[in-house]
Design a protein around this ligand. Structure first.
Ligand SMILES: O=P(O)(O)O[C@H]1O[C@H](CO)[C@@H](O)[C@H]1O
Ligand SMILES: O=c1cc[nH]c(=O)[nH]1
Length: 260
């Protein structure tokens, strides 16, 4: 064991105790990181708060140790956090995020479980060739789908578009940028016709890192925008969508017959 305390996540292996966790729930938002720790885990300990990246160690009701950690928004920040989490011994990561639907049948308030990602992310190109697959771990993904079924949550399984920007890359025009490049105009409709379910900003890089670093990754995101209707975030549905995404991940880890 190394007693190195990692520069960005702000903790090291020695902070994780005698039975260190191998699984982490990774949220873009530090408030979600705290919510998961406070509402779903037992014997919670705050490991660090550094640069807006909060990390908690806690235990599931079956006493399994688990981390709730923050990735920050976007692939560059996620890549740093994931790299350091793997160095402290994490081998399974479930991203719990928010996303915008681009399909009329995927409503706000539902959850999307990503089978794979279209990865339009510069960060990932530092890690693997652009053609490298961005695929979720099949066993964890099936466990998430089964959990969502058992909990009765409206859920959709499919391909996610992971991009680097919330505004231009997701073809938002309600933005400070007066000029959306021609290459991006119409891209949402194209992705919709290619049966992509949703936009978000981290899964593709996470999945490619999992393939290269040899850990297992999956993702479940609450739908907070419906882009076939409007560009805006539907705040009234956010808590339900995020709550269902968290509950799905916790149920999958706790009850799956596949050891997650
Ligand atoms: O809610 P999180 O996990 O941050 O995920 C989504 O929300 C952020 C943009 O609002 C991006 O990080 C995107 O991927
Ligand atoms: O539309 C959305 C909503 C959340 N996160 C995104 O990246 N896009």
């Amino acid at each position: 064991m190394t007693n190195k305390r990692f520069y960005h996540i702000g903790f090291g292996q020695e902070d994780l105790g005698k039975s260190p966790p191998e699984i982490a729930l990774l949220s873009g938002d530090r408030d979600r990181t705290r919510l998961i720790a406070q509402n779903y885990l037992q014997d919670v300990r705050l490991l660090s708060q550094n640069r807006g990246l909060d990390s908690y160690l806690g235990y599931l009701p079956n006493h399994r140790p688990i981390l709730s950690a923050t990735s920050g928004m976007g692939a560059p920040s996620l890549s740093i956090v994931v790299n350091e989490l793997v160095q402290v011994g994490i081998r399974q990561i479930i991203r719990i995020g928010t996303c915008g639907s681009i399909q009329p049948h995927v409503p706000v308030g539902s959850i999307v479980i990503s089978s794979a990602a279209l990865c339009r992310q510069g960060t990932a190109n530092d890690i693997a060739p652009i053609e490298y697959p961005a695929a979720a771990d099949p066993f964890m993904t099936v466990a998430l789908v089964k959990a969502a079924q058992e909990l009765g949550f409206e859920h959709y399984l499919g391909i996610t578009a992971s991009v680097d920007t919330f505004y231009e890359g997701q073809e938002r025009t309600d933005s400070a940028n007066p000029y959306l490049m021609r290459s991006l105009r119409g891209i949402t409709e194209e992705y919709r016709r290619l049966n992509i379910l949703n936009y978000e900003m981290e899964c593709g890089t996470l999945f490619k890192m999992a393939g290269v670093y040899q850990f297992a990754a999956a993702a479940v995101c609450g739908v907070v925008a419906q882009r076939t209707v409007d560009e805006g975030i539907v705040l009234e549905q956010k808590d339900v969508a995020v709550g269902n995404a968290i509950a799905t991940a916790i149920h999958a880890i706790t009850n799956s017959c596949v050891y997650l």
